[in-house]
Write a protein that binds this ligand. Structure first.
Ligand code: UDP
Ligand code: MG
Length: 325
C-alpha cells in the first residue's frame, strides 16, 4: 500500500503534472489544452479531484514561454507556473517542480512539455498507483521516432551504465509517477547533479512500470543538445558508480606488471645473450602509450573531483524567480 490508505483507494486523488520547459513557446499552449482536457475527463470519471493541476516549470527560457504560462494561468485555475531565474538544466527544473508540488498533491507525474511522451498513458500510471505502487516508471515501447545518432547514443549509454553497475531501467526517461511519500523521500537527496532516473530507484517503496509510445515532436526543436546529453550521461555515471576509478587502478597495475615483465626479459637477454638491439620504436611508443593512459586516468579522476567540488560548494540547485499558484 502506498500513501493512500484503504478508505482512500477508490476515492479521487489530487494529481500534479509537472512539465519542465525551456524555450517551448511553440508547444506549451497545445500541451496545456491536451492535458487540461485529460484532467477534466478523469475528473468526470471520478479518478481525479477537481483541484488537480498542471505545473509548468520555466527553466530560464529566453522566448515567450513565461508570458504564455502567465496567460494560461489567468485563464485556468488548473495551470500553475514556476519560473527559474536562469537555465538550470532539465533535471534541476524537474526537481524544482517536483519539490514545489510535494505538499500539494497525492501523486505527481512528470513528462516533457513537448508531449512527445504519449499523455494517454497517464491513466495507466494512475491505475498502477491505485494498485499500491509509489513509483511508476514509464518505459517507451520503441525508438522509432529517434534519429540514428540518438538511437546509437542511447543504446551505448544503457550498455555503459550496465557495465558500470548503475541500476537504471532501459528506455525509461523522466516520464514517471511519484506518490507523495516518494516525493518526500526524493527531497532528502541533496546532490547537485541529480540523475533522477537512477535516484528514483534508490527511494525504495513499491515500483512498477507502464509502457507508452513516443510521438514525433510536433512543434519546435529538441532542447537537449549533444553537450547537454553528454553532461547528463557523465553525471549519471560519476554520481552512481565508482567502477571507472577501479578501472583506472586496474590499468595502473596491469601496466606496472607489464613493465616489470619487460624489464626482467631485457635483463635476461642482456645477461644470457648480450644481444639487445637498441630500438627507437620500442622506446618512443611506450612513452606515448603510457602518456595517453595517464591522461585518460587523470581525466576520469578529475570527473569525480569535479563532482566532489560541486557537492562541497553546496550551491542552490535552482533559484526560483516567480511562482503562479
Ligand atoms: N528542457 C529543460 N531545460 C533544458 C533542456 C530541456 O527544461 O535545459 C526541457 C524541454 O523543454 C522538454 C524536456 O526538457 O520539456 C525534454 O527536452 P527535449 O524535448 O528538447 O528533449 P528530447 O525529447 O529531444 O530528448
Ligand atoms: Mg522531446
Amino acid at each position: 500500500m502506498n500513501s493512500l490508505n484503504k478508505e482512500e483507494i477508490n476515492l479521487p486523488i489530487r494529481l500534479a503534472i509537472v512539465l519542465p520547459c525551456f524555450n517551448e513557446n511553440e508547444s506549451i499552449e497545445l500541451t496545456a489544452s491536451e492535458l487540461t482536457s485529460l484532467i477534466t475527463e478523469m475528473t468526470h470519471e471520478g479518478v481525479l479531484k477537481k483541484n488537480s493541476f498542471i505545473l509548468f516549470v520555466d527553466d530560464g527560457s529566453t522566448d515567450k514561454t513565461w508570458p504564455i504560462i502567465v496567460r494560461l494561468h489567468r485563464d485556468s485555475h488548473a495551470i500553475k507556473g514556476l519560473k527559474l531565474s536562469r537555465n538550470f538544466g532539465h533535471q534541476a527544473a524537474l526537481l524544482a517542480g517536483l519539490n514545489a508540488v510535494t505538499n500539494e498533491c497525492d501523486a505527481a507525474i512528470s513528462l516533457d512539455a513537448d508531449l512527445q511522451q504519449d499523455p494517454s498513458a497517464i491513466k495507466k500510471f494512475l491505475c498502477e498507483f491505485r494498485k499500491g505502487s509509489d513509483i511508476v516508471l514509464g518505459v517507451r515501447n520503441d525508438r522509432k521516432t529517434d534519429g540514428w545518432l540518438k538511437k546509437q547514443t542511447a543504446s551505448g549509454f544503457y550498455m555503459l551504465m550496465k557495465t558500470m553497475g548503475v541500476n537504471i531501467i532501459p528506455d525509461h526517461a523522466d516520464y514517471r509517477l511519484l506518490s507523495k511519500r516518494a516525493l518526500e523521500a526524493l527531497s532528502l537527496f541533496p546532490e547537485p547533479n541529480n540523475f533522477l532516473r537512477a535516484t528514483c530507484l534508490l527511494l525504495g517503496y513499491r515500483k512498477s512500470t507502464v509502457n507508452f509510445d513516443v510521438r514525433e515532436r510536433k512543434i519546435g526543436q529538441s532542447k537537449y543538445t549533444v553537450s547537454k546529453m553528454i553532461r547528463l550521461a557523465l553525471h549519471g555515471i560519476t554520481s552512481f558508480s565508482i567502477v571507472p576509478l577501479r578501472i583506472v587502478t586496474l590499468i595502473g597495475f596491469l601496466i606496472f606488471f607489464g613493465s616489470m615483465f619487460m624489464l626482467l626479459y631485457a635483463l635476461w637477454k642482456v645477461l644470457f645473450f648480450g644481444d639487445t638491439v637498441p630500438g627507437w620504436a620500442s622506446t618512443i611508443a611506450p612513452i606515448y602509450f603510457i602518456g595517453g593512459i595517464q591522461l585518460i586516468c587523470l581525466g576520469v579522476v578529475s570527473e569525480y573531483i569535479g563532482q566532489i567540488y560541486t557537492t562541497v560548494k553546496n550551491r542552490p540547485r535552482w533559484i526560483c524567480e516567480d511562482k503562479l499558484d
